[in-house]
Structures are given as C-alpha cells and as structure tokens.
Design a protein around this ligand. Structure first.
Ligand code: AMP
Length: 285
C-alpha cells in the first residue's frame, strides 16, 4: 500500500481524522511553529510524519492564510519528488498535518556532514528537482523557497520537496518579497515582478551549493549578499575540482534576465545531467 487510507473504501470519507487514529512515535524534528513526530495510522499501520502546529503561534504571526495555502497546494500535488500531504485535522489548540514520512531527513544534514556532494549526487538531485518543478510550473505553482532545509530524502535517498509555505498558485507575475536571502533571484532582491523563472535561478544556486558546500553569493551581511546577487558576482573556487559541464549549467541558470535562464526542459537535457544523474532519482549516500 502506498497511501494512507484516506482514499480507500475502508474509510468513511465523511469521518474526519483525529489524534485517536494515530499511534505516536519518536520526535523527528522541531520547526518554527511546532514539532514533527513519527506516527502510524492505528488500523493500517501506515507510517507517516505528523506535524503538530500550535494555533496560538499561527494566530500570533497571522499565518492562517499562508498555512491554508500551503495545505491546499501540497494536498493537490502528486509527484514522486514532492512530499505528500495526505490530510489534516485539528483540536482546540493544535493543527495536525499528516505528511509522507521522509526516512532520510533533511538534505541539508547530508550536505553539512559531507561538506559537499559528488557530481553524481548533485546532478541526481538537480534532475529530481527539475522534474518536480516542471510538474509544479505546469500547475502554475511557483515554490519560491527551495533551499536545502526544505528538501527531504526518503529511505532510498530520493529527494522530496517539502514546505510549500511560500509557494503561490498563480499564472500572473508576482510582486511580494519572500524567500531566503541567499536563494533569492535578482528580480526578487530588487522587488521587481517575478514569475516561475525564480525557481530556475534557485536551481543554479543549489547546484553550486551542492558541489561547493556554500551558496555562491554568501557574504558577511545581507547588504553584501544583495549586492553580489544583483551584480551576479559569481566565481568558482579551485577546490573541489568541478567539471566544466557542471559550471556551464550553473552559468546558464544564474543569469540576470529571467527570460534568458535555461528552461527546466533544457536543464533535464543538459549534458552534465544526462551524464551524471541517476535516471531513477535514487541516490544512496
Ligand atoms: P519543519 O517544521 O517542517 O521545519 O520540520 C522540522 C524537522 O522535522 C525538519 O527539520 C525535519 O528534520 C523533520 N521533518 C519534517 N517533516 C518530516 C517528514 N515528513 N519526514 C521526516 N522528517 C521530517
């Protein structure tokens, strides 16, 4: 069985989930607004990650709309590289998100542990991300907050995009500042209109970070990072020794004019991806 029985005949679709339906296991992590626990559905023993968010926090930071948007978008997406949100329920104090369990944890942890990834790992993850983003963009969803902390790995090392808190569903150009500084495209830094090409920029940033261990425009302070992004102040350190093909892909993504960035389709066909990425998106570490 590959899905929690929200969608099976066994469950009355009218009956909402409640905490009594789950056996709660060990904590998996702590986020800004609550904790995440390993859990299993009591009848089917289907294993999930249960994210607990305190309503007080949501009210304090006026995040109702963002959370609702995250939940609606993530529930509607079905892709092997996008973390499933199976459903949600609440009680007086808390909101519970029933999420796909990502056994491998954060990609960020792997990156920090190893310093940087191999070209095969990096290409596999960039390819998986491109496939997931092609799917999202096809549904007019822009993620806008892709960073290693929002990327989880399953038990086979397959990448899963999590956290749709900053994503938007729109085919119009957007003009809201959001996202994390190091991953922001120049049009976002300069508070100009932006579209799905911001995600393509982020793929360039991530590709660099996967290979070198740090994002390319990192600086002492925010102002300097802003300046480096706007100038596209990009350089490649001599170590680790990275192939010219990988650098070529990065240079074609970190382009100021969003319309000139390599398209998602072309990323998937890029020689470096074709040569290095695992076709199944599976990356044992
Ligand atoms: P978050 O509140 O989403 O930032 O999650 C806090 C931490 O819980 C993350 O850093 C992950 O390590 C862990 N976590 C969140 N969601 C999952 C999941 N679906 N599967 C496994 N671990 C998770």
């Amino acid at each position: 069985m590959d899905k929690i029985p929200t969608e099976t005949d066994a469950r009355d679709p009218e009956k909402p989930w409640s905490l009594a339906d789950f056996e709660i296991g060990r904590p998996l992590g702590k986020g800004k607004f609550g904790r995440v626990y390993l859990a299993r559905e009591a009848k089917s023993h289907f294993v999930v990650a249960l994210k607990v968010i305190f309503k007080e926090q949501i009210e304090k930071y006026k995040l109702h709309h963002q959370l609702r948007r995250e939940m609606e978008i993530q529930t509607s997406l079905r892709h092997p590289n996008i973390l499933r949100l199976y459903g949600w329920f609440d009680d007086d104090e808390r909101i519970f998100l029933i999420l796909e369990y990502a056994h491998g944890g954060e990609l960020y942890g792997l990156l920090k542990k190893n310093g940087h990834l191999t070209e095969q790992q990096a290409a596999t993850y960039i390819s998986s991300l491109s496939q997931a983003l092609a799917y999202c963009h096809g549904k007019c969803v822009i993620h806008r907050d892709i960073k290693p902390e929002n990327l989880l790995l399953d038990h086979e090392g397959r990448l899963k995009i999590a956290d749709f808190g900053w994503s938007v569903q729109s085919s119009n150009k957007r003009k809201t500042m959001c996202g994390t500084l190091d991953y922001l495209a120049p049009e976002m830094v300069e508070n100009r209109d932006h579209d799905h090409a911001v995600d393509n920029w982020t793929l360039g940033i991530l590709c660099y970070e996967f290979l070198y261990g740090n994002p390319p425009f990192e600086a002492e302070n925010q102002r300097d990072t802003f300046k480096r992004i706007v100038k596209i102040d990009l350089s490649f350190p001599p170590t680790p020794n990275i192939s010219d093909e990988a650098k070529n892909l990065i240079c074609q993504l970190l382009v100021k004019d969003p319309s000139k960035r390599l398209s998602i389709q072309k990323i998937m066909q890029h020689p470096w991806i074709v040569k290095n990425a695992d076709p199944k998106g599976v990356c044992f570490t």
